[in-house]
Design a protein around this ligand. Structure first.
Ligand code: 9PG
Length: 785
């Protein structure tokens, strides 16, 4: 046995069985016992499993303290040789001194005279039959096992399942599978069986504890976690070798695998892991978060010069009341998917004039591109059939069904194909002048096939293609990843779509077909967009700026007002990007108000309280600080299909007992929460969300209760000064707005002025008073008592 310990863990390595055990130092109930390691490769068409009962021919290990991106780490390196096979395996364990993380990786060295193909690395196989155990409490089997399954790319459904629930499946997997799921990862059908990409959490809803297992990066392989929670949990953490060729005298290693214990009810339960990924991938968040307009969700591909410039005109005209800084042209301008250097004839002078006009209007010009995917009818495919990724039988690899065809992809290990991608990026940025690129369908760079360079894994191919794209675009250009494998992107994009497309319907709907599509997990739907916005909220401002996809507010939507408000609430409370995607020449002022109320977009990550308790979380909390004092913004959603009364309990938001003012944003209702912490919300509409500003009641002080100026109900106050009998309040918003603000007043003021104008015209009602206000950027209110 080899032992290693720090303040967080006690680690035991059993070299004979190629296994390890880990116990949490501050919670002896949190254990993983006898997790086995191994790997598989193909040699002369035969699959070889290691150790597969083999005894090592030689073995040794050494320990040292190493400096790393994660500070000092205690490390142990085990080397095992298999002479008959002529391979050497090296396993490295590391425990950072400062963080509760166990890191380990496996390296395979081919010392033989012929090449082998790397199948998989098993970083951990926890199998009860082989004395493997994973415990989240005292019981052998968790009382209420659950699994957080993380989807492969932006659009793939991400949620926590109770062990009695099967993973949600699409009916389109046969055609769309390649776009949503990582090749070679099983898509389980039965309740209790789960597959997760990059990381996952297995835990117990009853002990409120779990283990997060995954990888710190996906530079080398796509790593997956599969779990069977039907009886005693079985779990595998493995990296996909994609049968990449390992030539003689070459080696392949995995990314760091990682394990960390989780307390489900902490404010930031996955924080240690998320931060470690950011360090490992050298994430640098140096760009401001844009607020803007996107052409996709009303026009779809039917855009032209006029629609674009008409909308730009409206954006300009509204700049006082709806300030934006990004104007992004989406799909529909390009000659064909693949032919990115030429435009459709309806863009008469190409794209440069649009970029110029957008910049002249004071906004950042943004453009959509999908540089890695190829349409079968593109000129690109005709001219360069050898740049296309093909299957073993020579037919093009499928990238899924889109634009009315089965699409294919570039072979990015072909130097000319990659050069073409560089040229596409350079043309859009340096020649046409776009400073923001929405890079879509990036999963197409990570598909399986017969690559020109057979030594590369899919993860290596897309990572190096993204590095080439970043280099071609330059550091200054804002890159948004979309349809992109999540683990491949940290450190290479500034923003990232973390969910499915929004739609003007709550559930997926395709040409009138609604009922059979209602459970589609990965297809466009307002509901699906909200799902991942909540289940991936913790990534924001750590790996990139989260893009929750756009808000839609136009009258013609098939969404109810409650559903639009839910979408607005999720986007706002996520702290991510704020984009609007209606034809602005037609949106009513009343509907625009919904978007205006979200500007400036908030920036904090929300605490998602019920992330481990149900597939679609419905309880968020933000702790906000302002000039007037601290307050909480909480949300509560009714994801059911019927209107419903909700008994809100502030204890479920882990807020201390006491009396609170609760002001509900969307209906501007003010409630008092008594000592019992309960609030009865009546008739919350189907798919609706209530957003409440909570403030501890203070009886002897003037208190701000909220407003309709901004969804935070407090961020609009920039200064609050009490000077003897006078109170001076300054309001600041980056826009022109009319609205109302509400106060609690222990006594009636003698005089209230707003920007010098007398504005007191009523008696306080039980101490509460609402006043009309108008401001442009800044305004001052004065109260005299
Ligand atoms: C342009 C659009 C928009 C949108 C992107 C992406 O088949 N699918 O599951 C599927 C999902 C999303 C999607 C297209 C297809 O939309 O997310 O914002 O840019 O492309 O074509």
């Amino acid at each position: 046995m080899i032992e290693l310990a720090n303040n967080f863990f006690h680690l035991e390595i059993d070299p004979k069985h190629c296994a390890f055990s880990i116990v949490s130092q501050n919670d002896q109930d949190m254990k993983i016992l006898n997790a086995r390691m191994g790997l598989a490769f193909k040699k002369r068409r035969k699959i070889v499993n290691l150790p597969g009962g083999r005894d090592q021919e030689f073995a040794h290990h050494h320990s040292e303290i190493k400096d790393s991106k994660h500070g000092n780490m205690k490390t142990v390196v085990l080397t095992r040789g298999f002479q008959e096979l002529n391979v050497k395996v090296q396993i490295t364990f590391a425990i950072p001194e400062k963080y509760p993380l166990l890191l380990w990786k496996i390296e395979l060295q081919n010392l033989a005279a012929d090449a082998i193909r790397v199948r998989r690395f098993d970083l951990a196989r926890i199998q009860p039959g082989l004395t493997g155990r994973i415990l989240f409490g005292t019981a052998k089997k968790a009382a209420q096992p659950a699994f957080y399954a993380h989807g492969w790319q932006s659009w793939t459904y991400t949620a926590t399942y109770g062990a009695n629930e099967p993973m949600r499946r699409s009916i389109f997997n046969a055609i769309q599978g390649p776009q949503w799921y990582s090749q070679n990862t099983p898509i389980p059908r039965k309740a209790g069986l789960y597959a997760s990409e990059f990381f996952g959490v297995a835990g117990d809803r009853s002990s409120r504890k779990g283990w997060l297992m995954g990888f710190l990066s996906q530079k080398q392989q796509f790593g997956s976690i599969t779990a069977d929670l039907r009886t005693e949990p079985k779990i595998k953490v493995w990296a996909n070798g994609d049968d990449a060729l390992l030539k003689p005298q070459q080696s392949m290693e995995t990314d760091w695998a990682v394990i960390t214990p989780i307390k489900v009810d902490e404010a930031d339960p996955m924080g240690e892991f998320i931060d470690a990924v950011a360090r490992e991938n050298d994430v640098n968040l140096d760009k401001p978060k844009p607020t803007g307009w996107c052409s996709w969700y009303e026009f779809y591909t039917h855009i032209d010069d006029k629609k674009i410039s008409d909308n730009l005109k409206v954006v300009k005209r509204l700049s006082d009341t709806l300030p934006m800084d990004l104007f992004q042209i989406d799909d529909g301008y390009e000659a064909h998917i693949g032919d990115w250097l030429t435009c459709k004839p309806k863009f008469v002078k190409g794209m440069k004039p649009h970029a110029d006009a957008i910049r002249e209007a004071g906004l950042m010009p943004g453009l959509w591109q999908a540089p890695l995917i190829v349409h079968p009818r593109s000129k690109l495919l005709k001219d360069h059939p050898d740049w296309i990724l093909r299957k073993a039988d020579g037919r093009p690899t499928s990238s899924g069904f889109n634009w009315n065809a089965i699409t294919t992809a570039l072979d990015l290990t072909h130097p000319e194909a990659l050069d073409y991608v560089r040229r596409v990026i350079k043309t859009a940025t340096r020649e046409w002048g776009f400073d923001y690129l929405k890079l879509d369908f990036l999963y197409a760079g990570a598909l399986g096939g017969k690559h020109k360079d057979p030594t590369r894994t899919r993860a290596q191919v897309i990572r190096s293609a993204m590095e080439a794209i970043r280099e071609a675009a330059g550091k200054e250009v804002f890159l948004l990843g979309c349809g992109a494998p999540i683990g491949s992107m940290p450190g290479l994009v500034d923003g990232m779509r973390i969910g499915e497309d929004v739609l003007d319907y709550w559930l997926t709907t395709l040409s009138g077909m609604k009922t059979i599509l209602r459970n589609e997990p990965n297809a466009p739907a307002a509901r699906n967009a909200i799902q991942n916005t909540l289940s991936r909220a913790m990534m924001h401002n750590r790996w990139w700026i989260n893009d929750p996809d756009t808000i839609l507010v136009r009258q013609s939507l098939h969404l109810t007002l409650a559903e639009i408000q839910s979408l607005a609430s999720a986007i706002a409370l996520s702290g991510g990007m704020l984009m609007l995607s209606d034809d602005l020449t037609k949106v009513s002022e009343e509907r625009l108000k919904i978007v205006q109320q979200l500007i400036p977009q908030m920036d904090q990550r929300p605490w998602v309280l019920d992330w481990f308790d149900r597939q679609m979380p419905g309880k968020l909390r933000l702790d906000l600080k302002g000039a007037e004092g601290d307050w909480h913004l909480i949300s509560c959603s009714n994801w059911g299909d019927h209107r419903q009364d909700i008994m809100l309990d502030i204890k479920e938001y882990q807020l201390p007992a006491g009396k609170y003012w609760a002001r509900s944003f969307w209906d501007q209702q003010t409630y008092q929460i008594k000592e019992d912490g309960l609030l009865h919300l009546q008739k919350v509409p189907a798919h609706g969300t209530v957003v409440l500003a909570l403030r501890r009641m203070e009886e002897n002080r003037v208190q701000y209760l909220g407003s309709d100026l901004h969804i935070s109900q407090g961020q609009e106050i920039s200064s609050w000064k009490e000077k003897g009998k006078k109170l001076e309040i300054e309001f600041t918003l980056p826009r022109k707005v009319e609205g109302q603000v509400e106060f609690y007043l222990p006594q009636k003021p003698k005089r209230v002025t707003f920007d010098g104008v007398y504005c007191l015209n009523q008696e306080p009602d039980n101490g509460r008073m609402t006043l009309p206000v108008t401001l442009h950027m800044k305004a001052k209110m004065e109260m005299e008592f």
